[in-house]
Design a protein around this ligand. Structure first.
Ligand code: HEC
Length: 107
């Protein structure tokens, strides 16, 4: 009995936790729960930080999920150099990025 249940449990854990190596499939619902650290700047539904007003933050809501995900990866890798976004993207896993991309892109 156990021998039949174990592989299933692993498969389920893989689905929930994201399988390392596999191309992460974005989950908009999961992304919603991760966006609390983004909304302060990428304000929803607005897209500019209210203070200081000159500090304009690009709108990411409605961007293509692919674009958002690759932008985050570029910040993490250092191909994009904005210091704040680099720090933030550096703390995100591939799965986080995919989820966030799905969440913002789905709007
Ligand atoms: C401290 C403010 C701040 C926070 C918090 C923040 N961002 Fe950003 N984000 C910015 C700024 C400013 C830019 C523009 C940087 C640049 O010019 O490269 C940016 C750029 C981006 C871009 C590229 C947009 C484009 O049009 O190229 C993406 C995608 C993005 N952020 C996603 C996120 C996500 C997802 C989070 C949360 C995990 C987040 N950001 C949190 C300020 C922030």
């Amino acid at each position: 009995m156990m021998r039949r249940i174990l592989p299933l449990a692993f498969a389920a854990a893989g689905l929930l936790g994201g399988t390392p190596g596999a191309m992460a499939a974005g989950d908009a619902k999961a992304g919603e729960s991760k966006n609390s650290m983004c909304i302060g700047c990428h304000n929803i539904p607005g897209y500019k930080s209210s203070f200081p007003s000159v500090y304009s933050v690009p709108m990411i809501v409605g961007q293509s999920p692919k674009y958002i995900e690759s932008a985050l990866q570029a910040y993490k890798k250092g191909d994009r150099s904005h210091p704040t976004m680099r720090a933030i993207a550096g703390s995100l896993s591939e799965q986080d990025m995919a989820d966030l991309a799905a969440f913002y892109g789905a709007k």
